[in-house]
Design a protein. Structure first.
Length: 144
């Protein structure tokens, strides 16, 4: 199962969708699902946490605790260089202006797995081209 930065951030910071992100990640871990992401995940998550502290959205202690919690997440990171051409091709296919999200898509595609995200816009952008893109907002107590 490929997870993107928006999903991980939603599980680490208080957001409207945090409960569903936590529920999904708990279910995936309990089912023994391997979680994967491009190495970009580390930069995106740590940057978002730092920004949340810098903008005083959260106190410094919470940011540091979230960073420590993130380091414990069992996510296997994949080298990005092997995904670059596929990410570029996906960006062309869905007319995306940047490649960041496309790296996650390229990894999920190459591994033949779902891509879970808290970014509803991303699912809308790639939905028809990549039906395995899933929005965490649709996770409920009865599904996932």
């Amino acid at each position: 199962m490929c997870v993107d930065a928006s999903l991980v951030i939603a599980s680490l910071l208080p957001e409207t969708i945090s409960d569903r992100a936590d529920l999904l990640l708990d279910r995936l871990r309990a089912a023994g699902e391997a979680l994967i992401a491009p190495a970009l995940l580390t930069a995106e998550v740590s940057s978002a946490l730092r920004n949340a502290v810098f903008t005083k959205r959260i106190p410094s202690e919470l940011g540091e605790a979230a960073l420590d919690a993130f380091k414990q997440y069992p996510i296997r990171l994949h080298e990005m260089s092997g995904l670059m051409h596929s990410a570029w091709a996906w960006a062309k296919a869905v007319n995306a202006p940047r490649l960041y999200d496309m790296y996650y898509l390229a990894l999920a595609d190459s591994e033949g797995c779902d891509l879970w995200t808290a970014d509803r816009r991303l699912v809308g952008l790639v939905g028809r081209s990549f039906a395995r893109a899933k929005w965490v907002g649709e996770v409920t107590e009865g599904n996932a």
